[in-house]
Design a binder for this molecule. Structure first.
Ligand code: KG4
Ligand code: ZN
Length: 333
C-alpha cells in the first residue's frame, strides 16, 4: 500500500510517500520560517497562501523523485487538526481532490498523533506500553500509550506550551522566530549559577504543567540587568534549565505512577539536546529509563509522520467520506 502524506497545519509544508514494502520512500519539506521571521511569529494568512503555492509542487516532486505516477497511490493522508484553519484547509483540499480524482481513500490524521507515531519511523522503536511526552509549539502533554490509537491523557499545560514559552522568551531577548533552537544555542554559553528560575507546579501533585510564569522571570531578570555582559546567554541558560528540569520531573512522576520504564519524547521541543540528555539519564530504582525519540528532522513538523500515521489508519479501515473536514482544536484521545 502506497500512501501520500500532506502536512500543512502551521508554518511547514511537508509531503512524503510511505509504502508497506519499502517504508518511507520520499520526504520533502518547505519551511516558512523566512516568510514569518520579519513579523516575529506565524502570520496565519501568509501561511495559508504559501501552502497553496507549495503543496502541489511538493506532491509532484515526491512522485517525480520516486519515479511514480499519481495512479500508483493507494491512499492519501492529510493533517486534519489541530492547527491554523486556513492552513489545514489547503492540505485537506489537495488530499480530498486527489482522493476524488483517483478514486482512492483519504484519511485525516491528528497532528499530534502524527508527531507521536514519528518515533516508529526510527530504527530503534519502543514496544507498547510507554509514556509519551508531546512537546511542540502548541502542546505540552503526557500520555500513557497502550497501542496505536490507545491514548490516555495524564497531564498537560494549563497555559503556554513548552515551545511557545521558548518562542516568547526568545522574542524578549530579541532573537528571531522560532526561538527554541536560538535559546538552546545561546544557553550553551550561559552561566547556570547566575539566575535561578522556578520549576513551576512541581510541588503540586499531578502531571499538569504551567510555563507562562517563566516568562515573567525572564522579563524581570532582563529588566534588572539588561546592560550587563552575557545577560542573554545567562537568561537563556536559566530558562532552558527550568523548562527541561520541569519536563523531566513530570516524566519521571508519570513513569512511576504508571509503573512503566519506557519514555518517548516527540514534537519540536524534543529536538532540544539538553532535554534529550536529561531524559536519557533518568533512572528508576537505579535502573535506567529507556528513552526513544524520532530522528531530529522528524521531531519538528514534516510530511513523513502524516504519511506513516495515515498508512496505519488506512490499513485498519477504508475511509469513504469525501467531505473536507478540518478542526483547529481537536483532542487526541
Ligand atoms: O512540532 P513543531 O515543529 O510545531 C508544532 O506542532 O508546534 O514545534 C515547533 C516548536 C517551536 O516552538 C520551536 O521553538 C520548538 O518547537 N523547538 C525547540 C527546538 N527546536 C524546535 N525548542 C527548544 N529547543 C529546540 N532545539
Ligand atoms: Zn507539530
Amino acid at each position: 500500500m502506497l500512501v501520500l502524506g500532506i502536512e500543512t497545519s502551521c508554518d511547514e509544508t511537508g509531503v512524503a510517500l510511505y509504502d508497506t514494502e519499502r517504508g518511507l520512500i520520499a520526504d520533502k519539506l518547505h519551511t516558512q520560517i523566512g516568510l514569518h521571521q520579519p513579523f516575529g511569529g506565524v502570520v496565519p494568512e501568509l501561511s495559508s497562501r504559501d501552502h497553496v503555492r507549495r503543496c502541489i509542487q511538493l506532491v509532484d516532486a515526491v512522485l517525480h523523485e520516486s519515479n511514480l505516477s499519481k495512479c500508483a497511490l493507494d491512499g492519501v493522508a492529510y493533517t486534519k487538526g489541530p492547527g491554523l484553519i486556513g492552513a489545514l484547509m489547503v492540505g485537506a483540499s489537495v488530499a480530498k481532490s486527489l482522493s476524488y480524482g483517483l478514486g482512492i481513500p483519504a484519511v485525516g490524521v491528528h497532528h499530534m498523533e502524527g508527531h507521536l507515531m514519528a518515533v516508529m519511523i526510527a530504527e530503534s522503536k519502543p514496544e507498547y506500553p510507554f509514556i509519551a511526552l508531546l512537546v511542540s509549539g502548541g502542546h505540552t502533554q503526557l500520555f500513557r500509550v497502550d497501542g496505536f490509537g490507545k491514548y490516555k491523557l495524564l497531564g498537560e499545560s494549563v497555559d503556554d506550551a513548552a515551545g511557545e514559552a521558548f518562542d516568547k522568551a526568545a522574542k524578549l531577548l530579541g532573537l528571531p522566530y522560532p526561538g527554541g533552537p536560538q535559546i538552546a544555542k545561546l544557553a550553551l554559553q550561559g552561566n547556570p549559577e547566575r539566575f535561578s528560575f522556578p520549576r513551576p507546579m512541581i510541588n503540586r501533585p499531578g502531571l499538569d504543567f504551567s510555563f507562562s510564569g517563566l516568562k515573567t522571570h525572564a522579563v524581570n531578570a532582563y529588566q534588572n540587568s539588561k546592560n550587563e555582559p552575557s545577560i542573554n546567554e545567562d537568561i537563556a541558560r536559566a530558562f532552558e534549565d527550568a523548562v527541561v528540569d520541569t519536563l523531566s520531573i513530570k516524566c519521571l512522576r508519570a513513569l512511576k505512577q504508571e509503573n512503566l520504564r519506557k519514555l518517548v519524547m516527540v514534537g519540536g521541543v524534543s529536538a532540544n539536546q539538553k532535554l534529550r540528555q536529561t531524559l536519557t539519564s533518568l533512572h528508576i530504582d537505579d535502573l535506567p529509563v529507556e528513552v526513544y525519540y524520532p530522528p531530529a528532522k522528524f521531531c519538528t513538523d514534516n510530511g513523513a509522520m502524516i504519511a506513516y500515521t495515515g498508512w496505519l489508519h488506512l490499513q485498519r479501515k477504508l475511509v469513504k467520506n469525501l467531505a473536507i473536514e478540518v478542526k483547529p482544536r481537536l483532542p487526541m484521545e
